[in-house]
Design a protein around this ligand. Structure first.
Ligand SMILES: Nc1nc2c(ncn2[C@@H]2O[C@H](COP(=O)(O)OP(=O)(O)OP(=O)(O)O)[C@@H](O)[C@H]2O)c(=O)[nH]1
Ligand SMILES: [Mg+2]
Length: 460
């Protein structure tokens, strides 16, 4: 039998907090609770109605001592997170209180939960599909508002629904093909064949549209990495601080102020961004300076895009040219800063240096041009000019399965076009169905589950 044991874990982060929760799930949840809880009322946990909160004390039956004042939420299967009986004990949020509570659960019949095991049980017991289980992790990890919204959409079954629509259509095609196999005298006549091909190609279109969301999905889950680069004293740290809205980096009129890169995560219009302020790139005459420059170059390599700053109040120098050649092949935003000062830069030479790429004139000191610049960041993040993004996004696992699905459908299309026996197309489409089923978890292996749930925290 599946999941016949009872699992327990501390579900809140370890540290000091108002409350901390120990969760139990499985058939012994209430019996364990009965042993380790002294309720204030005469309620009997074994008979209490579902979805009830009770007050009481966590009690060690061996030592006969009360450990913490708690509230207990009793949830009877099937309307629970795991679809099993569950007990959630809300203790005070102290590390020792929670560890004692967990130890009592273990001593009285529970096993410590593996990472993500509550969610794994929710999946195995059919409450959510695999893409929804993945969304739980995305919600926990989301570092920006739009990441959260996309994960919530997936948790509501948005992606699963799209996959099932494609699947239903492919199943329909398979049955049409198999009907022809069963009645070979009724060969697939021309019109029927054309209809099948039309149906399949519209499914491929749907797959392509899902595949196109992978970039956004990756950006929402991981955030893009961006470095602010330029020669010393152009205003890189000033920009970094404006974007973070705090005095994070030291800003001084002395060139070479930033010696090592500083990295922070923040969000632009709800999208996560990992931003690095780097040391100004120039010929340095000391060891520390040279190491700083080496690190700046390394950050450039790691960046998905860069922000290149130039100083309008000084003439262009070799350094500007060298830096541009380092970032030439990168996606970039070019800012001409300090436009509040008398202009010394020659824009003709500048245009030649930057291959006539677009640049935005700003004065970071007076916060001029910052809005235009932020729009540019948004354009790079969303990959389009409108800043719109699809809330349904796929991850790498989905991408690889959708690509395989597409390949199988393409093979089926070819056999139909080549007038081969319907069995060939039917075989390929069944393969496609398997791949689609892996996305939602209709078909899975222990290895797939392990790979997904090992990334979860314990208690989720
Ligand atoms: N006038 C004017 N000064 C600016 C502007 N932006 C930055 N500064 C000044 O330029 C100086 C250098 O700014 P930083 O932000 O430290 O420059 P940086 O590129 O980080 O310099 P390093 O860390 O040395 O490479 C500071 O005195 C800033 O106040 C601007 O738009 N106009
Ligand atoms: Mg700096």
């Amino acid at each position: 039998m599946l999941n016949n044991d009872t699992i327990a874990a501390i579900s809140t982060p370890i540290g000091k907090g108002g409350i901390g929760i120990v969760r139990l799930s499985g058939p012994l949840s209430f019996q364990i609770g009965k042993k380790i809880l002294k309720l204030s009322s005469s309620d009997n946990l074994l008979q209490t109605t579902s979805h009830t909160v009770l007050h009481g004390w966590l009690f060690d039956p061996e030592r006969k001592i009360s450990i913490d004042e708690v509230l207990v939420t009793l949830l009877r299967e099937p309307k629970t997170y795991t679809r099993e009986d569950m007990l959630e004990i809300s203790c005070h949020g102290g590390e020792i209180a929670l560890k004692e509570a967990l130890a009592l659960c273990m001593k009285n019949g529970a096993r410590i939960a593996e990472p993500g095991e509550f969610t794994k049980r929710a999946f195995l017991n059919g409450r959510i599909d695999l893409s929804q289980a993945e969304a739980v992790l995305d919600i926990i990890n989301s570092g920006a508002e739009k990441s959260l919204l996309a994960a919530a959409e997936q948790l509501q079954g948005g992606l699963g629904k799209r996959i099932n629509e494609i699947k239903d259509s492919v199943i329909n095609t398979v049955s049409q093909l198999e009907a022809s196999v069963d009645f070979p005298e009724e060969e697939l006549e021309f019109e029927k064949r054309e209809n099948i091909l039309k149906g399949l190609s519209s499914q491929v279109e749907k797959i392509d549209s899902l595949l196109s969301t992978e970039r956004t999905g990756k950006i929402l889950r991981e955030g893009l990495t961006c470095s602010i680069v330029g020669k010393p004293n152009v205003g890189k740290s000033t920009l970094f601080n404006i974007l973070l809205d705090e005095e994070r980096s030291i800003v001084t009129p002395v060139p070479g102020t930033t010696r090592d890169f500083i990295k922070e995560e923040f969000s632009v219009d709800g999208f996560p961004l990992k931003l690095a302020d780097t040391a100004g790139i120039a010929e340095m005459d000391d060891e520390l300076g040279r190491e700083g420059v080496r690190r700046s170059r390394e950050q450039i390599k790691k960046s998905d895009f860069v922000i290149f700053l130039l100083d309008a109040s000084r003439g262009l120098s070799d350094e500007d040219g060298k830096i541009f050649s380092l970032i030439e092949s990168k996606e970039k935003i070019i800012l001409l800063n300090k436009t509040d000062l008398p202009k010394k830069i020659n824009t003709g030479i500048l245009n030649t240096l930057i291959n006539r790429e677009k640049f935005i004139e700003v004065s970071l000191k007076e916060k001029k041009g910052v809005d235009e610049f932020l729009l540019e960041i948004k354009r790079i993040i969303t990959g389009n000019n409108s800043g719109e993004f699809s809330a349904i996004t796929i991850n790498l696992r989905h991408k690889s399965l959708l690509e395989k699905t597409k390949e199988s459908i393409r093979k089926a299309e070819k056999s139909i076009r080549d007038n081969l026996s319907e069995e060939f197309a039917s075989f390929d489409l069944k393969e496609a169905l398997n791949y689609l089923g892996e996305i939602t978890g209709e078909t899975y292996t222990e290895e797939i589950l392990n790979r997904i749930f090992e990334n979860f925290c314990i208690g989720k």
